[in-house]
Ligand binder design. Structure first.
Ligand SMILES: [Mg+2]
Length: 326
């Protein structure tokens, strides 16, 4: 017999979390539970405001229809679903069928800011690649460049991932690049989406011989992954991309091209984040994932992130409400 359950959650976030143009007060989403033959599978459906095309209400009505159909014995067609719904349902199926590994990759890339000594200590505690990250494009491009170069010069085994979120014009990006000493360039693992468009980012990478990675581009309707001279990686955010098999296919294609793949968060609760950590361990074991967003929340949901001391919301909490499916 098949059983299904659906819950709605709302978790307060830390003050000051801004998504593009909107200040986020709480993170809202859905939790689903599938049961069959004594096994369970859980999943999270949480469209990210300002990033997902679908609203939570739209995702909820689609999820309800899928859950009802599955309970009645019908299969699920993920390619017709919103990405967030496809993600949540397919990961619940993966758990149910034992296809999602148990062990997680909980490594995080520390953020570069302030004092290189503090970063040095954090990096020394990391096993595996000594990679840190830095958001760029929010302030002066020259300043971003000086700071990145300072960290690279101070820490000789540091690899740096930069994320510009398409903030720079070609001129601004060049101002940044001119501050990076030639001997430090190869330790910029990549810059995610440096310029306003992929074409400008390519031109920038070519001119300055800096590595780039696609993030926003991977979600564009006509996106087709291809090897390119300065392309070193892609960032995959499953809530925005879609189902388990689709993400695996994208990872495998990227690996064929020799690209680094970073499994990344869309600010899911600890339930979704721990599943992403397990997915990352399974399919991108050598790459540090981008999942350190739990710190934006004031609580964890149902499952605990390794090492986190945030309180855990259980099924009996008011923050989680059962939703009628029929
Ligand atoms: Mg990015």
């Amino acid at each position: 017999m098949r059983t299904v359950a659906l819950y709605r959650y709302a978790i307060p976030v830390e003050t000051g979390v801004v998504l593009r143009h909107r200040r986020l007060k709480q993170r809202e989403g859905l939790i689903i539970r599938l049961g069959e033959n004594g096994r369970e599978g859980w999943g999270e459906i949480a469209p990210l405001p300002e990033f997902s095309q679908e609203s939570l209400a739209e995702a909820e009505s689609q999820a309800k229809a899928c859950l009802k159909a599955w309970r009645a014995g019908d299969p699920c067609q993920f390619d017709t679903l919103f990405p967030s719904v496809a993600f949540g349902l397919s990961f619940a199926f993966a758990e149910l069928q034992g296809e999602l590994g148990e062990e997680g990759n909980y490594r995080v890339a520390p953020l570069c800011y302030g004092d290189p000594d503090a970063l040095y200590h954090k990096l020394n505690q990391i096993e595996g690649e000594k990679v840190a990250k830095m958001k760029v494009g929010l302030y002066e491009a020259n300043r971003d460049g000086l700071l990145a170069d300072m960290f690279l010069s101070a820490l000789p085994d540091l690899m740096l991932r930069l994320d510009a979120n398409r903030a720079w014009s070609l001129e601004k990006a060049s101002q940044f690049a001119r501050q990076i000493s030639p001997e430090n360039r190869h330790r910029i693992q990549f810059i995610e989406e440096p310029c306003h468009t992929p074409a400008l980012s390519r031109q920038f990478a070519q001119t300055h011989q800096l590595a780039i990675a696609w993030d926003e581009s991977t979600r564009e309707p006509d996106f087709c992954l291809q090897p390119e001279p300065n392309l070193r990686g892609i960032v995959i955010k499953p809530t925005l991309v879609g189902d388990f098999a689709k993400c695996v296919a994208l990872i495998q294609q990227a690996h064929q091209f020799g690209l680094t793949v970073v499994i990344s968060s869309s600010i899911e609760s600890s339930l979704g984040l721990t599943q992403l950590a397990r997915f990352a361990k399974q399919y991108t074991p050598h790459s540090t994932p981008g999942l350190d967003t739990l710190g934006l929340m004031t609580a964890q949901l149902l499952r605990s992130w390794q090492g986190s001391s945030l309180p855990l919301i259980g099924l009996d909490s008011d923050a989680l409400q059962a939703v009628e499916i029929d």
